[in-house]
Design a protein around this ligand. Sequence first.
Ligand code: ATP
Ligand code: MG
Length: 766
Amino acid sequence: MQNLLQNLNPEQLAAVTLPPQNALILAGAGSGKTRVLTTRIAWLIQTGQVSPAGILAVTFTNKAAKEMLTRLSAMLPINTRGMWIGTFHGLCNRLLRTHYRDAALPQSFQILDSQDQLSMIKRLLKAQNVDDEKYPPKTVMYFINNHKDQGLRAGQIDAYDAIERKLVELYALYDDQCQREGVVDFAELLLRTYELLTRNQPLREHYQQRFRHILVDEFQDTNNLQYNWLKLLAGHGTGGGGALFAVGDDDQSIYAFRGANVGNMSAFEAEFNVQNLIKLEQNYRSHGHILDAANMLIANNSKRLGKNLRTDAGHGEQVRVYEASSDLQEAQWIIEEAKNLIAEGASRSEIAVLYRSNAQSRVIEHALFSAGIPYHVYGGLRYFQRAEVKHAIAYLQLMDNPHNDSAFLRVVNFPARGIGARTLEQLQNAAESYGISLYAAVPYMVGKAGTSLGGFVKLVEGVRFETQQMALPELVRITLESSGLLAHYATEKEGADRIENLEQMVNAATQFVSEEGYGQGAPAHLGPQADAQAGEAIVNADGVEILDADAPLATVMSPLSAFLSHASLEAGDNQAQAGQEALQLMTVHSAKGLEFDNVFITGLEEGLFPHESSSKEDGGVEEERRLMYVAITRARKRLYMCFSQTRMLHGQTRYNMKSRFFDELPEEALKWLSPRVQSHWFANKKATWEDAKLSGGSDNAIAQRIAQQKTGGSGWRIGESVVHAKFGEGVIVNIEGSGSNCRAQINFGSAGMKVLDLSVAKLERL
Ligand code: ATP
Ligand code: MG
């Protein structure tokens, strides 16, 4: 026990060893929240206060859950497999698999990732003859998901106008369709579980009694439904139920756009009568200058619960700030600095490049690729999202549940089998009028359409029969072959990569069965009932038998079902497996909870970070500032920030002003690498850095040379900051002509880009 607790500071120790009561640990970034939560689980088990089965811990990503299990195994001599530690989605999936009947789901229900969900909505709109300009599929999807996140079904929404009435109607139709196909989307996993537990008293009481300790990381980002789900499991208001231990940081609440409600923290404090509120203020992650920057920045936000961070580590190095002329040059600078770090012995995986929007990564990726530096993009197209992999998954889904229409449509004519759009339309009409799945509607088709569709059904049934007794990896291999996918890609010009990806899937299946505790030879289709060690039957006071979802997934799902849900959940997680020796590229959102020795924050420009959409929403800029706070506090030793005067984004060149966040950082913590005037000059198209390079010399010499030149004889310089009586502050981004014909293009930020005649415009230097 000494070992577990000896590396904690007094506040951490107090938090870890709190009595079994509701508690809120409110603390800033890097103060050890996640560490406290993990150590508390270990301590509770080690001191015999609870068995591993009595713990329910919710983390933010699958990766975080895995890490927690690994750390626990290192702290305790127990088998952590089967422990209830996971994401909200993962835990709900497990509950629904166990109690699928009570939840009115088919045993082999499948999970729709967001891509599948969107295509399903598109199909629905088409079938309903809905104008998709008036009701864009994405709008419909957000409408449905937002309401599910609020815990509301279509029948519970009060529509206030005709448009909303239509959306409500589509929501209801969509839910019917999902039910017919036996599929659930991400939000549904939660809502279904919530409804199941609300409705089913014995089940609810069983879990309330079972989970003595419920622990939640990143509590500030829970949405209303998640909070209610926790309330239900913690037996709020019943007198029974376990203790809820929540850790969070209001300054890191960055998912309001997805329905997260930071108000859950104070609601929790009040509703659960929290007596134990502990603040951790010692930061163990970052050097002083980095922490100062974070503290001073976030002090600009108004609604804060109030806490600060201090560190015993020295100041460390200043934050290096660089101003580039273009996004290309920004990328080049990142590469140079990263190379220096690597030369100094930094591991590539300890270098992270963060950006606000995914679209920014392309240029950086390209530069890294050209420089031969291995890199890894989080949240990009994940393995399970790639087209060829999704095709293979669709075949497997059909074998597990042929009524999944999304899977059916994805592969019914892939590889091509001469099944055309008209045939499918007829099939869809038939399915619609009988209220059945496409698969079930095939026998109603006659003529040529009937023959070709019948052939497809035969194929699926054939493979299913053939693989009846096979273990999962073998089943996957046979499916890849029999489906014709391998042969199809073999004829494609660029098919080699795709074939490799498909073959990877056999390995993924092998790894999966061993990690999840299935016997290597366990038949993939075999349902859990056939398993001798399926969850024990528990009879509650009312004599109702409850199957406890105690054991690994192996006891509640067939290997195939489990593998398919793993694929969907992983495809929906925005953090990938890390760990390889590669530079780490990711959005600030997906960097949450992570830490790196060296961090670059890129694209710090008005309109990009803070994002332009934020100025339109109440509290939008504050949310962006919290995002910036998350970005800064990822760094342990070195932090770099950069921005660029021009950037190609979405096919347009944007002229940018530096982010307002620079004005909110302590001067002494920053080191400006490029004197502002000098580097502004690069924006001039007539003398780009590349042109200047042609005359040779070191990078520095070129910069000096360029800086000494003047433009147009107007006395003004590109890059200069100016003030205009009407438009306010701006930056000169280009100058054309000379003398009385001299005009300047000036970016006035929110007032827009203006071209002014310099001989008459009333400009002042800033
Ligand atoms: P975030 O808000 O970013 O999620 P956090 O509060 O969860 O951060 P942790 O990730 O738990 O913080 O801890 C940050 C770092 O500090 C980790 O590397 C952790 O191992 C280390 N750390 C935490 N507490 C201590 C301690 N008492 N002594 C030494 N190192 C510590
Ligand atoms: Mg954490």
